[in-house]
Design a protein around this ligand. Structure first.
Ligand code: SF4
Length: 215
């Protein structure tokens, strides 16, 4: 049985895995997380509760079932916006290929898929097929927390605060910080016409990472 999470911030549902364990793209080198993942919200607070961890562990096994894609397509029958990975990442090409099948078979639903797995060349072909779909926005996440990113590659980046981002053509500043951390009807992350989403850092853990980097 597929287990879907409700993310109140987004007004959209999500399918998730356990953070870090399923995020090979989060390591800069063995034992050292990239800056963006050192402050990961999905390793703190509510994400440590057993009832939040359990469905993520379940999903790691569950996607390998033969019927998983059929079940996901049925589950998304009423969804118009869906986020892949409120926590975790598409750690396996076989999983990414099944996600692609779900995306193709749910044209009524817009899919937003943020990932760091683009670092591994074996994922490129399946990600390119996803991105060619009208209902899918794959965003390659930049690793920095100082607003630096590679134009034409990254689809999202974190910066210390809203003021640190100069206006960039084709970019959208995430304004959830101005709405109690809620998207409040914004759908920019799903919008294929927006090349880059600039996220001001959120959470105490991320603020600490940025403070440490400034020392
Ligand atoms: S850019 Fe818009 S859709 Fe994306 S996280 Fe921010 S408020 Fe939500």
């Amino acid at each position: 049985m597929v287990k879907i999470s409700n993310t109140s911030k987004l007004d959209a549902r999500s399918w998730s895995l356990q953070a870090i364990d399923t995020c090979p793209g989060s390591w800069a080198e063995p034992g050292v997380l990239v800056d963006a993942c050192r402050g990961c919200y999905a390793t703190t607070g509510n994400y440590n509760y057993p009832n939040v961890i359990a469905p993520r562990l379940h999903n790691r096994e569950d996607w390998q079932r033969l019927e998983w894609a059929d079940d996901m397509v049925a589950e998304l029958d009423s969804d118009r916006y869906f986020r892949w990975f409120d926590s975790g990442d598409a750690y396996s090409v076989a999983l990414a290929e099944k996600m692609l099948e779900v995306m193709i078979r749910t044209p009524w639903c817009k899919h937003w898929f943020p990932t760091r797995m683009h670092k591994f060349p074996k994922f490129r072909a399946v990600f390119e097929q996803m991105q060619r779909l009208d209902n899918v926005m794959v965003r390659f996440s930049a690793d920095s927390v100082d607003g630096s990113y590679t134009p034409g590659l990254h689809g999202s980046v974190i910066g210390p605060d809203a003021e640190s981002f100069a206006p960039i053509d084709g970019a959208k500043l995430c304004e959830a910080y101005a709405h109690n951390g809620q998207c409040s009807g914004c759908r920019a992350c799903w919008d294929k016409s927006i090349d880059l989403i600039a996220y001001p850092a959120h959470g105490r853990k991320m603020a600490k990472v940025i403070r440490l980097m400034a020392i």
